[in-house]
Ligand binder design. Structure first.
Ligand SMILES: [Zn+2]
Length: 278
């Protein structure tokens, strides 16, 4: 695997002694949104949930009122429950870098996204396996998509095209899976020992705990300590599926759900993890 290291952040490395990295899995109802702040106080937002006002409120709880800059947003795939909140984020904040797949949808929301990112003075990166994004001493390894998907039209949904990224902060590791299905999980596994291992301490369970994801073989090999499921209370999809919960329980994985716990904050000091889920 060829590593393409993208230094998308302008850091003052002088101040980058090891501190704490925070990952907050926001309770945005039925959708995904994950906020990451590095020890250098740089901010990364992965997905944005289905509501603009909810997204802005969540961000205002984490960021000081005078801070109107987000260093990097990552759109795992352009479906409503991951994309919608970004429209308001792009209005309110200055976004310095955007990482997405370039996959096309024929929805109104998607049209607005394309318009807004074109109007923003921002660096746009198309995600592809092999890229590494360096954020101080935190690194994002991109595992999926396997190839550049820019311009590919996704008709029904774009779940299968989701960005899968592993965040490594010293000894602490997180895997973000978007809404990939079992097929992509299987395809990721044989490659997991190349360059950097796919396994992570904290797994963002794919597709809100849908039964079409979280294959038992995938969970067994991944063996995370903690699994986070982002889903809405009493959602109409029946997420998370009991089969997925049973699979996680079988391997003794701690399950944290945003529909039960609200926002879930994980503080990483590079060695151990502290989980604050109210
Ligand atoms: Zn989704």
């Amino acid at each position: 695997m060829v590593l393409v290291v993208m230094n998308v952040f302008v850091w003052n490395e002088v101040f980058s002694q090891r501190g704490e990295l925070e990952v907050v899995f926001f309770d945005v109802g039925q959708g995904d949104s994950i906020f990451i702040e590095t020890p250098q106080k740089h901010q990364i937002l992965i997905d944005s949930g289905p509501s603009g006002p909810v997204m802005l409120e969540k961000l205002s709880n984490q960021m000081p009122f005078w801070d109107r800059t987000i260093d990097l947003i990552i759109l795992t795939h352009p479906d409503y429950d991951h994309l919608r909140g970004f429209l308001d984020v792009l209005d309110r904040y200055e976004v310095e870098n955007i990482l997405w797949t370039g996959v096309l949808r024929e929805t109104k929301t998607f049209g607005k996204w394309v318009e807004k990112i074109a109007a923003e003075n921002t660096n746009i990166f198309i995600a592809e396996r092999g890229q590494v994004i360096k954020a101080g001493d935190a690194l994002f390894y991109i595992f999926h998509p396997f190839e550049n998907l820019e311009g590919v039209l996704a008709e029904k949904n774009s779940n299968e095209t989701s960005i899968v990224a592993k965040l490594v902060f010293h000894k602490n590791t997180f895997l973000f899976t978007g809404d990939i299905g079992k097929k992509q999980e299987q395809a990721l596994l044989p490659r997991s020992d190349s360059v950097v291992n796919l396994s992570a301490q904290v797994l963002k369970v794919a597709h809100h705990g849908s039964k079409y994801s979280s294959d038992i073989g995938f969970l067994e090999i991944m063996e995370p300590e903690v699994a986070v499921i982002s889903c809405g209370r009493d959602n109409s999809y029946g997420h998370p599926h009991p089969q997925v919960l049973r699979g996680l329980e079988k391997f003794g994985i701690i399950i944290l759900r945003t529909d039960e716990k609200g926002d879930i904050k994980v503080v990483a000091d590079g060695n151990s993890l502290l989980i604050n889920n109210n």
